[in-house]
Write a protein that binds this ligand. Structure first.
Ligand code: ATP
Ligand code: MG
Length: 644
């Protein structure tokens, strides 16, 4: 196939799109791949569609390889199945709702667990029909609060979603593992460095889940890893809970005047000055900080809660909201506003505490505030604290957890910081940012139960099916590939993902040059390679080179002045190399190189999975320079999987 710049529906842009912050957004717009239609909603142009379809092809091949069969659901769905599963509410304002002319409720599907479940229920009835794995590549709709960064977070986006159906837990484990391998292979072939990390199920429910994270500063997710190979989303990190401490000999709690100490810092200074400890100085870690927050539940109700945590820790609102400990479904958590505080005069700003009498608590559902009180898991029974006395300028000292106060529960709300211990004892954690490009879930029986998906087992007894669900963000991955592979002057795709295999530039006005470029184009086409031919008459070579740099096909062939001497310039932009080849060698050399790149991408998938069985080694994640489809990403993935 040949695309001709003279007629191709594309106009490259000099200016970045308004408000764009990340390279992929800027470059996909400027190179004429996508156009914004509305916030978080994009139109696809021919070059964009070509790359997208190459990505989809790889994803489909890996799904098929894992034994999954392709189906296709509508994006427009009746609301009822989502009501039955509870997600009509749980999705909250992220769900796009609409009505038909008969006033029936519909949604634009944000994900498809419910209807896949119903389809299988419709067709299957026996354990002999299982296991089953089916998938689709389909458009999803989510009214994201903050669509951003072009394709990275859209309100309309393409997801590959797969679902597995098994008769028992062992079956689900095997289905999950097959998908995990398919993801490692797909991301390796796509050239995206990625790391599987432990995650929390959130609104999806179910047991085990992992996210596949592309480590990058542009990501909105923070994840952690340890030298011993632990990797998790911050939401999934669990604190190491200390042993409880006997408190028979602990001094009784006492209230002290601590004027002008509304912050932890001022409190610690005042405590050391006027109430020093014998054994050592007070530190922020001795104080119990009580933070007032507002939870917005999926049904819109707003709940004020108080979170108690050691004073040397900050609250991480996203982590707390993502733990699933605040309620069912996706909740929003924010710091309480001054109006919230005004509505609760019992909460004395800067001096809030649980109260010093177990029988007459201040905080907690049983307390005078009737406000839910949740504690950091490190606040175990027997720990001694300095905390607010619920009066301006006064604090309680030696307040003992379990003796003087209790809470309504615990919550992992504290910010995870560099050096915190990994929960599995594999060393100190380091933090990094990344983009979630996929997530796989062992859903279990939640959806099958809600929608009554049962089959007859061996003994003829109706048994609830157990399910897995597996999402991969196709358009988001494309943005991540663009993040990973670009230069200052434009995109620079891995060879096998570029919108054409070869970019031929007519760099001269003569008939011979034009004809030679046409001949190369036909020769590549007959070898099965696709070509983008820059045959524009009135455009200078300089402009053509700039466009080629922006569009990002790594193999560029310049048919120009050298032709008279029988040579052609061939550029390998990924290797940053230029060579002058004799005319007769151009096609064979280039075809061999392009085919090798395709083969390398496939080999990368094998290497990634070799890691799963412990064969492959660990290599660094490489940057743009010199990345070939076979090296860094695969090795990174493979190295990671060794530790699982
Ligand atoms: P996020 O936490 O980033 O909002 P999510 O956890 O809600 O994502 P899932 O429900 O797990 O997303 O969806 C599966 C995959 O779909 C994600 O791993 C991601 O790659 C992709 N995806 C989700 N939301 C978006 C979006 N708004 N735009 C583009 N891709 C998305
Ligand atoms: Mg997810």
């Amino acid at each position: 196939m040949a695309l001709r710049m003279s007629s191709l529906f594309v106009r490259t842009q000099k200016e970045d799109p308004v408000g764009a912050e990340v390279a992929s957004h800027k470059l996909l717009h400027r190179a004429g791949y996508i156009r914004r239609s509305a916030p978080g909603i994009y139109t696809w142009l021919p070059l964009g569609l070509e790359v997208l379809s190459r990505i989809e092809k790889i994803v489909r091949e890996e799904m098929n390889r894992a034994g999954s069969q392709e189906v296709h659901f509508p994006g427009l769905l009746p609301a009822d199945p989502y009501r039955t599963s509870g997600r009509w509410e749980a999705f909250g304002p992220d769900l796009f709702h609409l009505k038909d002319r008969k006033d029936n409720d519909y949604i634009l599907a944000p994900t498809h667990e419910e209807v896949f479940t119903l389809l299988v229920k419709d067709l299957y009835s026996s354990y002999k029909d299982l296991p089953l794995s089916i998938f689709q590549v389909q458009t999803k709709y989510r009214d994201e609060a903050r669509p951003r960064a072009g394709l990275l977070r859209g309100r309309e986006f393409i997801m590959k979603d797969a679902y597995s159906f098994d008769i028992d837990d062992a079956g689900l484990d095997a289905s999950y593992e097959a998908m995990r391998v398919a993801y490692l292979r797909a991301f390796a072939r796509l050239g995206v460095p990625c790391l599987p990390v432990k995650a929390t199920p959130g609104a999806m429910g179910g047991s085990g889940t992992e996210e596949f994270i592309y480590p990058s500063e542009v990501g909105e997710d923070t994840f952690v890893r340890s030298p011993g190979g632990y990797a998790a989303n911050v939401e999934a990190v669990t604190s190491i809970v200390p042993e409880t401490i006997p408190f028979e000999d602990s001094p009784a709690a006492h209230v002290e005047d601590t004027p002008e100490t509304p912050t932890i810092e001022t409190l610690v200074d005042a405590a050391n000055a006027s109430h020093p400890r014998e054994d050592r100085a007070w530190t922020a870690a001795d104080t119990l900080k009580n933070v007032v927050c507002a939870v917005t539940h999926p049904d819109g109700t707003r709940e004020i809660i108080v979170i108690g945590l050691p004073g040397d820790r900050a609250v991480d609102l996203d982590r707390a909201a993502g733990t699933g400990m605040l309620g069912n479904g996706e909740v929003d958590l924010e710091a309480a506003t001054s109006e919230d505080l005004a509505a609760h005069p019992e909460l004395v700003k800067g001096y809030i505490g649980p109260g010093l009498d177990l029988d007459h608590p201040v905080l907690g559902l049983e307390g005078s505030s009737k406000i839910r009180y949740l504690l950091d898991p490190r606040v175990v029974d027997g720990t001694r604290w300095i905390t607010g006395a619920n009066e301006p300028g006064r604090h309680v000292f030696d307040l003992v957890a379990g003796r003087d106060f209790t809470a309504d529960g615990t919550i992992e709300a504290a910010e995870v910081v560099l050096g915190d211990p990994a929960p599995d004892g594999s060393g100190p954690l380091e933090l990094a940012r990344g983009v979630e490009i996929g997530q796989i879930f062992k859903l279990g029986r939640k959806y099958a139960e809600a929608l009554d998906l049962k089959v007859l087992d061996k003994n003829g007894k109706a048994t609830t099916v157990t399910m897995g669900s597996y999402g991969l963000g196709v358009t988001r991955v494309m943005a991540c590939i663009a993040e990973e592979y670009h230069t200052d002057s434009g995109l620079l795709w891995p060879q096998h993902l570029a919108p054409a295999d070869v970019h031929i530039i007519v760099a001269g006005k003569s008939e011979e040059i034009a004809q030679a470029a046409e001949d190369f184009t036909s020769a590549f086409e007959s070898e099965g390679l696709s070509v983008l031919l820059d045959d524009r008459n009135k455009v200078s070579p300089g402009f053509k080179f700039a466009d080629a740099d922006l569009i990002g096909i790594p193999t560029v062939i310049v048919v120009g002045r050298g032709l008279a001497e029988g040579t052609i310039e061939v550029r390998d932009r990924l290797a940053d190399e230029k060579s002058e080849l004799p005319v007769a060698e151009v096609v064979a050399t280039t075809v061999a190189k392009v085919r090798a790149a395709y083969a390398q991408a496939n080999a990368a998938a094998d290497a990634a999975v070799a890691g799963v069985t412990g064969v492959s080694g660990v290599t660094e994640v490489a940057g743009v320079d010199g990345v070939t489809a076979d090296s860094a990403p695969a090795a990174d993935v493979a190295g990671q999987s060794l530790t699982d």
